[in-house]
Design a protein around this ligand. Structure first.
Ligand SMILES: NC(=O)c1ccc[n+]([C@@H]2O[C@H](COP(=O)([O-])OP(=O)(O)OC[C@H]3O[C@@H](n4cnc5c(N)ncnc54)[C@H](OP(=O)(O)O)[C@@H]3O)[C@@H](O)[C@H]2O)c1
Length: 286
């Protein structure tokens, strides 16, 4: 087994590297510098020099949802064209292909968790590109996994939990939106459940998020209580901020497909936050 990880300096990439190191699994970790996946020449050279790749796990993406509204070409390239290209390469070399998508593929009109076969309707340029990426991959290569997740936090990059902690340091009152609801997901849990899923070879589309449901306000409240912040937390509305990209009001994903397959429940998001804060402490970041 020899795995190619792309976008390996990000949140999910960080946790895949940890798993592979612990399990002594051979992998090649690449980000921008080592392998710019938007550059066909870079890709060609990489696969000429590296044979016998058995899995390509694509952790790279364009994730700035607001910036994507005015950066259409780049978001389309990274979130739609690259997954297509990597799935074509995987097909050519017979490797398993894994790529990630988002809860934002849904418009948020449902009031109960979204299943894998629910109709998609992206509200933003980011979401529309992800939808196209999913479709290309699932239609073109039957040894692919497309995994949707939501509201990720982990050590490898910036995220909402880190942001809330930073905001708490510079003020004694904070207002966080309570009209966006989904499931915060710890990248360590996502990597672990993804790896278990990949080994089943039951290819297709899956939802993987931490268990439970929260608004951004609920998540911030939990984090701020855990770190012992003494300030005042208020509720805000999405409309108060006038952000460029539209977000779904409700985008909780139902993960029972993978839970039934593995016979294992994914931990609650609160447990994910607890373990993440411990990890930050250990790394001297809290
Ligand atoms: N974060 C979330 O809340 C969230 C929610 C739903 C779905 N997802 C999906 O889950 C997956 C993993 O997300 P994540 O949060 O781990 O992402 P992340 O932390 O943003 O990491 C993505 C990595 O890809 C790299 N990258 C960007 N362009 C590249 C290129 N052309 N060639 C090679 N590498 C490139 C980035 O480098 P730079 O940082 O230098 O650009 C970054 O290191 C993505 O598909 C994402 O869309 C994430």
């Amino acid at each position: 087994m020899k795995i190619l990880l792309t976008g390996s300096n990000g949140q999910l990439g960080y946790d895949f590297k940890k798993i592979f190191d612990q399990k002594n699994i051979k992998y090649i970790a690449t980000d921008y510098k080592e392998l710019n996946i938007t550059n066909d020449e870079n890709l060609k050279k990489f696969f000429q020099e590296n044979e016998e790749i058995t899995h390509i796990i694509n952790c790279a993406a364009y994730n700035d949802v607001d910036k994507a509204e005015t950066d259409e070409e780049k978001v389309w390239l990274l979130n739609a064209k690259v997954p297509k290209k990597l799935s074509e390469i995987s097909k050519k070399i017979g490797a398993v292909f894994v790529t990630y998508s988002t809860d934002f593929v849904f418009d948020g009109k449902k009031k109960v968790p979204y299943n894998e076969d629910d109709e998609v309707n992206g509200l933003s340029k980011y979401a529309k590109a992800k939808i196209a990426g999913e479709k290309f991959v699932l239609e073109s290569y039957n040894k692919s996994f497309v995994i949707r997740t939501s509201w990720m936090f982990g050590m490898g990059n910036g995220n909402f939990v880190k942001q809330v902690i930073n905001w708490s340091k510079s003020g004694d009152s904070l207002n966080i939106v309570d009209d966006q609801v989904s499931a915060p997901t710890y990248s360590a849990d996502l990597a672990e459940f993804s790896w278990k899923l990949i080994q089943t070879e039951k290819f297709g589309l899956y939802h993987i998020t931490n268990d439970g449901i929260a608004s951004k306000y609920d998540q911030a409240k939990y984090v701020l209580e855990k770190i012992g912040w003494k300030g005042t937390l208020g509720k805000a509305k999405t409309a108060d901020f006038n952000l460029p990209a539209k977000r779904p009001a409700y985008s909780k994903l139902n993960s029972t497909k993978i839970e039934n397959l593995l016979g294992e429940k994914i931990p609650a998001w609160q447990s994910g936050v607890d373990r993440f804060l411990e990890e930050m402490k250990k790394n001297g970041e809290l």
